[in-house]
Write a protein that binds this ligand. Structure first.
Ligand SMILES: [Zn+2]
Length: 487
């Protein structure tokens, strides 16, 4: 055999693209020519593949070796093609059988010793290959936690792979589909007190409303309960979440909604993501997709970051641009903010209302997107344990089902997504439901945009108490929640 061809794939953004690799080993001046890869990666790839083959115990063909990576116009960076290139050379040189190559694809980086190393973005790459017609995809053993629900052949090294293929290896599914939702690590019942914050958490989960917790208290612990209160990811979101997280070191396998809590010293790249040399690093806004983005000590984040959050909040995506072009990543998350009343700690604080206002004003640009504000208090260990996460989650699921039923036929699923005009024209309220909003509207203390937010929350309150539509009490309560006043 002097000629062999195998399939592999590269990931650009979130999508996988199939790559064909042809190898020709023929008599002539000995040499190794690798065509179709960017100059910056060609030399490294050549060195890794050659060392891996030699260190696995095979002879390096003393002939003219030409490897062509197609299509030539695709930007192919990264090291995921190493394995496929090595296999193509071994097959062309007659070292391994060629029959298994027809319907098998190969993904993996090679170590100099011939071991196989994990590569990013595997689910998208595997999906592209299966759609293309591959019946089995060989992946590094270390990557089987990232392969989602696809059937794969895990291999630990080049020698292990050749042995498996010679013996007729079959693909298996390393991660059968998840059937149960994980029990959350922290339960609401573990956190005594803070009933107002817990109520707000429930309302925000039921309607998808962005929430601000204000005060000094266990906000991180409460935030950790939120994914447990939210309904599990449905299929489409689960696929998106797995694909985004496969671009990182930690894959996302279960149906729980992600909670992403970046520190306030985070850079813009950490929050919004970055791309370069074909690699995409999703930021916190994308890692929180379909889940929760929690910003503790929110006013301490850089102004540019707080302002920049408006785009994903309004559009549900983030745009990463570099010389290679523009890339859209999903970034539709529920925002949970927490803030102290001022920048000092309790013992040293002498802040007046002026200082406090200036501190909270740093959140002004986000305030317009926040529909709920609730007070946060220290743990009250004398308080009753309160309801468990499971009980609250049950009410949230029922309320969300009511909203989803009402919104059938629209692309929306939660009350927070309903545009103002649609809300006022098609969602009928009780006749006196608008009464509590009369005075503040006339005096200008709430704007028409704020009124939309208040009505969205009023609908969620009605859904939570299984009412057909919001009444006066719901709009009144929604107004207080919008203002952050005690109920
Ligand atoms: Zn202070």
């Amino acid at each position: 055999m002097a000629l062999a061809a195998v399939s592999s794939a590269v990931v650009i953004g979130l999508s996988g693209h199939v790559v064909r690799i042809e190898a020709d080993v023929s008599p002539g001046l000995p040499g190794f020519h690798l065509i179709g890869l960017p100059d910056t990666v060609t030399a490294q790839t050549r060195d890794r593949v050659r060392a891996a083959i030699l260190n696995s115990g095979w002879d390096w063909p003393d002939q003219r070796i030409t490897v062509n990576v197609l299509p030539s116009e695709l930007p192919k960076y990264g090291s995921a093609l190493d394995l496929a290139i090595a296999v193509a050379i071994l097959a062309a040189a007659g070292t391994m059988p060629t029959e298994p190559l027809a319907h098998t694809a190969f993904l993996g980086e090679l170590g100099l010793d011939g071991s196989l190393r994990h590569v990013r973005g595997l689910p998208s790459a595997i999906r592209a290959l299966i759609v293309y017609g591959a019946r089995a995809v060989v992946v590094p053993v270390a990557s089987t936690t990232h392969t989602g629900q696809w059937a794969v052949i895990p291999a630990s090294s080049l020698t292990d792979l050749v042995k498996q293929l010679t013996n007729g290896a079959r693909a298996t599914v390393p991660n059968p589909p998840a059937t149960a939702v994980d029990v959350p690590e922290l339960d609401l019942a573990d956190l005594p007190g803070n009933q107002a914050a817990k109520d707000a958490l429930e309302i925000s989960a039921a309607g998808g409303h962005h929430l601000l917790l204000q005060g000094r208290g266990p906000c991180a612990a409460l935030a950790a309960c939120l994914p447990g209160i939210l309904p599990p990811l449905e299929d489409t979101s689960h696929t998106e979440v797995s694909e985004i997280h496969s671009l990182t070191e930690t894959p996302w396998q279960d149906r729980r909604r992600p909670l992403c809590a970046p520190h306030h010293t985070s850079t813009a790249a950490a929050i919004f993501g970055r791309r370069g040399l074909g690699l995409v690093r999703p930021g916190a806004v994308s890692l929180a997709h379909a889940g929760v983005l929690f910003l503790d000590e929110a006013p301490e984040f850089a102004r540019s970051i707080l302002d920049g959050l408006r785009y994903p909040l309004d559009t549900g995506e983030v745009i990463l641009a570099d010389a290679g072009g523009i890339l859209h990543l999903p970034a539709r998350f529920q925002l949970l903010l927490a803030t102290h009343p001022c920048p000092c700690d309790t013992t040293s604080c002498h802040c007046g209302t002026g200082e406090q206002r200036r501190y909270l004003n740093r959140l002004t640009t986000l305030r317009e997107r926040i529909e709920l504000t609730a007070p946060l208090e220290p743990h009250d260990w004398t308080a009753e344990p309160g309801e468990s996460t499971a009980i609250v989650a049950e009410r949230v699921v029922e309320a969300r089902a009511r909203a989803a039923h009402r919104l059938k036929g629209t692309p929306r699923q939660t009350n927070a997504e309903i545009p103002g005009l649609e809300l006022r024209s098609t969602h009928r309220l009780d006749p006196d439901a608008l009464d509590p909003l009369d005075t503040p509207l006339r005096s200008g203390t709430i704007t028409p945009a704020a009124m939309t937010q208040i009505l969205r929350v009023a609908w969620t309150l009605a859904d939570l108490r299984a009412a057909a539509r919001p009444g006066k009490d719901d709009t009144h309560q929604a107004l207080l929640l919008w203002r952050g006043e005690p109920l």
